[in-house]
Design a binder for this molecule. Structure first.
Ligand code: AMP
Ligand code: MG
Length: 311
C-alpha cells in the first residue's frame, strides 16, 4: 500500500523548534511510496484540485470574496516554476493568477516593498501563485545587503501583519519553501548549461547566490523562526525529488481547499421552471438524444407519474 501516511500540512509545517540544518532534502515526509506511486497519486489529486478550484471560482460568481494565494520560495532551480506548470497546470487557467517577483522595477522601488505584493493578490475566486514574494525582501535583500540598516525584525512584523490582513480579507495564504541540497542544485545548474533549450533559465548570477548558500540558509531559518505563525505557518518541502515536492504541494492545496468547505452555489433561478421552459423547446420524442441529466430525470419522473396513475 502506498500513499500519504500523514497530512503534509502536519508533517511539513514549521513548528517552534524547526531546524533547517537538520532537513534531508531527499526525504519524502509523510508519503509511503516511490516515484511511480507519487505520480499515480498525482493524477487523482489533480482531478480533485480542478473541481475544488472550479467551486472556488463558482462561489465568487455568487458574491464570495474568498481566494487562495500560494507563496513559493526557494533557491534557484528549487522547482518553483515547475509547481506553477505542473500543479496549477492541472486546473482551469482562467482561475489561476501566477506572479513572479524579480528585482523591483524603478517604479516598484519608489514604493514600500509590500506595494507590489498587495496589488498582485488574487482576485476573488482565484488561486494566486507567487513565484518568489515579499520574502525576497528579507532574504536576497539581507544577504546582498540591499537595504540600509538591518530592518529585518521590523519587516518580519510587517509581513506577519500583512499576511494576517490578507487572510482577514478572505484570501487564504499557503506558504511553501522548496528546499534543495547544494548537490542537487549543482546537478540542475549543470543540466541547464548542457541543454540549449535550458540556457534561457540559466542566470550567471545564480552561481553568485550559490556561493552565499550558508548566508541564505541562515536568512531562511530566521524567516521560519519569525514568520511561521500558528494561523499562517510555513511548510518546508524537501525538494530534491521533484515528484515529491509537486505531490506535497498539490496535497496541501487540496487539503486547504477542502477545509474551506466549498460547495456549488445554489441556482439563482427557478430550476423547475427553467427545465420546463427548456423542455418545451426540445423536439418531441427526443429519447436518447436528450442530455444524460435530462434523460435520467425525465425517466424517473415518468416512472413516478406512471406509479401515481396506477394508484
Ligand atoms: P528568477 O526567479 O530566477 O526569475 O530570479 C528572480 C531574481 O530576482 C532572483 O535572483 C531574486 O533574488 C531577485 N529578486 C526577487 N525579488 C527581489 C527583491 N525584492 N530585491 C532584489 N532582488 C529580488
Ligand atoms: Mg533563476
Amino acid at each position: 500500500m502506498s500513499g500519504w501516511l500523514a497530512r503534509p500540512s502536519g508533517v511539513l509545517r514549521v513548528g517552534e523548534d524547526f531546524d533547517l540544518g537538520a532537513l534531508d532534502a531527499r526525504s519524502t515526509p509523510g508519503f509511503g511510496g516511490d516515484r511511480a506511486a507519487g505520480e499515480a497519486a498525482m493524477a487523482t489529486l489533480g482531478a480533485r484540485l480542478a473541481v475544488l478550484q472550479e467551486m472556488l471560482f463558482a462561489e465568487a460568481r455568487s458574491g464570495s470574496d474568498r481566494a487562495l494565494v500560494l507563496v513559493l520560495q526557494g533557491m534557484d532551480t528549487s522547482g518553483k516554476g515547475g509547481i506553477s506548470r505542473h500543479v496549477l497546470g492541472m486546473v482551469d487557467p482562467q482561475g489561476v493568477q501566477v506572479r513572479s517577483f524579480g528585482p523591483p522595477t524603478a517604479e516598484e522601488r519608489r514604493h514600500h516593498y509590500l506595494w507590489r505584493v498587495r496589488r498582485s493578490l488574487p482576485r476573488p475566486g482565484h488561486i494566486g501563485v507567487f513565484d518568489r514574494s515579499h520574502y525576497e525582501d528579507v532574504l536576497v535583500a539581507r544577504v546582498e545587503g540591499l537595504v540600509d540598516g538591518a530592518p529585518w525584525t521590523r519587516r518580519y512584523a510587517e509581513i506577519n501583519r500583512f499576511e494576517r490582513q490578507t487572510k482577514e480579507s478572505g484570501i487564504t495564504v499557503v506558504k511553501c519553501a522548496l528546499m534543495i541540497s547544494p548537490d542537487e542544485q549543482l546537478a540542475r545548474l549543470a543540466n541547464r548549461l548542457r541543454r540549449p533549450d535550458r540556457f534561457w533559465k540559466y542566470d550567471p548570477s545564480d552561481l553568485d547566490a550559490r556561493a552565499k548558500w550558508d548566508d541564505y540558509m541562515d536568512a531562511y531559518q530566521d524567516v521560519f523562526d519569525h514568520t511561521s505563525t500558528p494561523s499562517i505557518p510555513w511548510h518546508v518541502v524537501p525538494a530534491d525529488r521533484k515528484w515529491y515536492a509537486r505531490l506535497a504541494v498539490t496535497q496541501l492545496l487540496v487539503d486547504t481547499l477542502e477545509d474551506m468547505n466549498l460547495g456549488w452555489p445554489p441556482a439563482t433561478f427557478d430550476v423547475a421552471a427553467e427545465r420546463a421552459r427548456l423542455g418545451a423547446l426540445l423536439p418531441a420524442q427526443q429519447g436518447d438524444d436528450a442530455p444524460p441529466e435530462t434523460r435520467g430525470k425525465s425517466a424517473k419522473t415518468s416512472k413516478k407519474a406512471k406509479a401515481k396513475k396506477k394508484r
